[in-house]
Design a protein around this ligand. Structure first.
Ligand code: PSU
Ligand code: MN
Length: 303
């Protein structure tokens, strides 16, 4: 085992017994949602994973180690502490060296999960190619990680703060399948569908597990995206949320926000502009993904 990785005993036990384990990220807790909704969401997500027969492993950077599986106190710390670093691949060695507290993005959660031997990871939305790419070249390190680390990432697609067609093109170029779960169109996070047709659709956890199996047998280095639409009764219609996203993007430009602060800024702005409705939708889609992720991990453990 990599000496930089510290695995919670319960997670270790599940992995050793080839029982299903689901990784979870911590940036969504520290930078993606306000307190106290963030800690409530984190606890309930772990519970849903347990209720569906898998062991949750939330990942973070703590005291110079990548901690896989957090205690209740560690979870609380990530939800409340000020100055939690947002740690993507670029930042990981630095934050480990400094020994300070860090929340893992999709990219670094994939790194930690893979080092620990976990195959399935549940989150809300992945990073992608940002709008205005031709100006600033802002592409999330999540995409590069999906190209090179073999995790199955269950998400609700990507939100329209991103350039969705370019995000799909990038993933195609790097050989990352995007499997629509029960849908032919890319889900757009708050809305259950976008206008972008996917090349692949699956309708059961067993089907996803089969794709994982063959991808592994091909020795492919990269991951798989499972795009699971937000439940219809919880979605915010595309026209409505897109108007709000446009406003948030204008505010971002005005405030001069760039780089790693872009995603957290936009998420918080959208919560403000929707008076909390986007937060409710965000939480609902994470719960929906947690259930599916646990089922996929169970189906894969069977193979
Ligand atoms: N999308 C969301 N909520 C989030 C994030 C993305 O809807 O919390 C977080 C994830 O941790 C993701 C990161 O990995 O933002 C992407 O940030 P960046 O674009 O700076 O790579
Ligand atoms: Mn970026």
């Amino acid at each position: 085992m990599n000496p930089l990785v510290s695995i919670d005993p319960q997670v270790q036990e599940a992995l050793a017994a080839n029982k299903p384990v689901v990784a979870l990220e911590s940036t969504i807790i520290s930078h993606g949602m306000p307190y106290p909704q963030n800690i409530e969401m984190a606890r309930e997500t772990e519970k849903i994973i347990r209720d569906n027969g898998a062991t949750p492993a939330t990942i973070a950077v703590i005291d110079g180690r990548i901690q896989v599986g957090l205690s209740a106190q560690q979870l609380e710390l990530l939800a409340t502490a000020k100055n939690v670093a947002k740690v993507s691949r670029r930042d990981l060695a630095l934050i480990l060296a400094k020994g300070t507290l860090g929340a893992t993005t999709v990219a670094t959660t994939m790194i930690g999960a893979h080092l620990a031997g976990i195959d399935v990871f549940v989150t809300g939305g992945i990073g992608g190619v940002h709008r205005g790419y031709e100006e600033h070249m802002d592409v999330s390190a999540d995409l590069e990680e999906l190209a090179s680390t073999p995790l199955t990432v269950v998400c609700a697609g990507a939100k329209a703060i991103l350039d969705l067609p370019r995000t799909l093109e990038y993933l195609e170029t790097h050989g990352v399948p995007v499997l629509g779960y029960g849908t032919d169109y890319l889900p757009a996070f708050f809305s259950s569908a976008s206008d972008y047709k996917l090349s692949a659709r699956v309708d059961s956890p067993a089907e996803v597990a089969q794709v994982m199996k063959y991808s592994r047998q091909l020795d492919f280095p990269g991951g798989i995206v499972v795009a699971n639409p937000i439940p219809m009764d919880k979605e915010i219609p595309a026209e409505e949320i897109n108007r709000i996203i446009e406003k948030a993007l204008v505010e971002e430009k005005k405030a001069g926000v760039k780089g790693k602060d872009s995603t957290p800024f936009l998420l918080a702005k959208i919560v403000e502009l929707t008076e909390g409705r986007s937060l409710e939708a965000n939480i609902a889609l994470v719960f929906n993904n947690a259930k599916l992720g646990a089922q996929i991990a169970a189906a894969y453990a069977h193979i």
